[in-house]
Design a protein around this ligand. Sequence first.
Ligand SMILES: [Mg+2]
Length: 214
Amino acid sequence: MSRFNSVVFDVDSTLSGIEGIDWLAALRGADVEAWSAELTARAMKGELPIEAVYGERMHAVKPAMAEIERLGRAYVERIAPRARETLTELRAHGIDLVMVSGGLREAILPLARELGVDEQQVHAVSIFFDEEGNYAGFDERSLLTRQNGKRTTVRDMGLRGPILAVGDGMTDCEIKPVVDSFAAFTGFMRREPVVQRADFVIENFDQLRELILE
Ligand SMILES: [Mg+2]
């Protein structure tokens, strides 16, 4: 028996211990990294709407295809402890697993493969390249570049309830009205405004497993 039939996972600082855009910004030097990390932190605490920082960060970083491939490997290297085993077990119980991220889809797909999450269940922001593999923009129409985009995206998925959403950031909190429960994941980052709004606070994937299965 399980308490939930579907689980919605955030990616950055939840399934993997990095913030993808900040990881990319670090490739542009310490100043750009610090600037990007500050914007990310403020957005995830709810001090800035994500749409205010999304395009600005991407425009400053302009990641190339080869860098997105490196980021994809970094996501896999920094996979959350016990996430692999937990997701395998949840799947064996027939629970539907989806990933919903404001990060870059092409960088996240290797992590999804590693975790056994179907590509169709990965909702994130697409990035575009020219023929030489240089940055050519991102999907600016994606709802996931906006503050309550995760909520709309999850609402329209038609997931089987009860649904649990898990994440570390304010954009994950925004999902709460359209799911049954929201768990703040603090294994990498503890953000008080998120913890305060959460139904559960989870420090690691063993606790998540207990919450869902026991
Ligand atoms: Mg996150």
